[in-house]
Design a protein around this ligand. Structure first.
Ligand code: FES
Length: 350
């Protein structure tokens, strides 16, 4: 009664944000630069945290210039870590204001809101039979959690890992990976550096079948776990599909896969009914981004069409699902703003 309308947990938060039960927070306890543009953040989770499975991801809330944003990052530490901490490893992406803020500004002692671990990209409970990991750039993070977990459990099977990075010095977890390849007799690492030193463009071949045969002649017998840019994942889907082995390829995407926008697609006026804001938008930019650029802070999570946190209702007009090209124009239709763009004028219940 004394606390009403707040809960006791709100007062507990003033003493220690990690003890709250009405929301989950984590404290930054360590930051570690992996490369010039990537950093591992160690987080001490608060009450209600539950252990992840190696390969899963977590949502984190970041406050930039007084506005709250949500992003999803793979947990790079193994679940076997027993100090109540976990790590995320974040790479600055081009034009990515949130990733830049995390890598450059988040500091030890900061508290950030976190969600529970999620995702179905993880190893089976039984030891995978001879896994093949194919990763590129920061796509190495789920594979790293899996490898660390298998090593911690002393059940690392014969594993091949092909990893792509622009240069030798861009490889995230480079030292640990190279040490593992020396110390773990069943771990076979193949690094592919796609640029010549000093070049700022890719100069060498990315993934191809010849290279796969060379590094991993028995690839058809292995379960492949892959994470990286869309172009790499599409190539893998093609190779495994043509071999009739799609069921052996397990993929984790960082971004939704978008269909080509038709050349005659048009943008239009987007009206956010509850906020009373109206802006012009093109036919390619997702409506979540349009709302944020207009100064709004709509609910969102994964930003890739998985979590449905960004769902809203269409009040009038038409939007296009950027993944399938499907047009939605029924009043009351659910619109996932992170993967839909306007198709002509539209009005949303935001
Ligand atoms: S933010 Fe997750 S589905 Fe849109």
């Amino acid at each position: 009664m004394f606390a009403f309308p707040l809960k006791t947990s709100h007062y507990v938060e003033l003493v220690n944000p990690l003890w709250t039960t009405h929301k989950m927070q984590a404290q930054v306890v360590e930051v570690w630069d992996e490369t010039k543009d990537s950093r591992t953040i160690t987080l001490k989770a608060g009450a209600n945290w539950r252990k992840h499975r190696a390969g899963q991801h977590v949502r984190v809330g970041i406050s930039v210039d007084g506005r709250q944003y949500t992003r999803t990052y793979t947990i790079s530490s193994p679940p076997e870590r027993d100090d109540g901490c976990f790590t995320i490893t974040v790479k600055v992406i081009d034009g990515g204001r949130i990733s830049r803020h995390i890598v450059r500004n988040l500091k030890v002692g900061d508290y950030i809101p976190v969600g529970l671990p999620q995702g179905d990209f993880y190893l089976p409970d039984a030891s995978p039979i001879q896994p093949l990991f194919i990763t590129a750039g920061s796509g190495i993070t789920p594979a790293m959690s899996m490898l660390r977990s298998l090593i911690a459990q002393q059940r690392l099977p014969d594993s091949v890992h092909i990893h792509f990075a622009p240069n030798e010095f861009d490889v995230i977890f480079a030292r640990e990976l190279r040490q593992m390849s020396i110390q773990q007799k069943y771990y076979h690492l193949h690094e592919v550096h796609t640029r010549d030193f000093g070049e700022d463009k890719q100069t060498k071949a990315y993934f191809n079948l010849d290279q796969l045969q060379r590094f991993c002649p028995d690839w058809k017998e292995r379960d492949c776990y892959a994470c990286g840019p869309a172009s790499l994942l599409s190539s893998l889907e093609k190779v495994w599909g043509e071999a009739g082995l799609s069921n052996k390829l397990h993929i984790e995407r960082f971004l939704a896969e978008f269909a080509e926008v038709p050349s005659d697609a048009v943008g239009g006026k987007v009206r956010f009914a509850k906020s009373g804001i109206e802006v012009e938008a093109d036919s390619e930019t997702n409506l979540l981004r349009i709302a944020e650029d207009a100064g709004m802070n709509p609910p969102h999570g994964c930003r890739m069409g998985i979590c449905h946190t960004c769902n809203t209702k269409l009040k009038s007009g038409c939007v296009r699902d950027l993944r399938t090209g499907e047009l939605l124009n029924e009043v009351g239709a659910i619109v996932q703003t992170c993967v839909c763009a306007t198709a002509g004028d539209c009005e949303l219940d935001l």
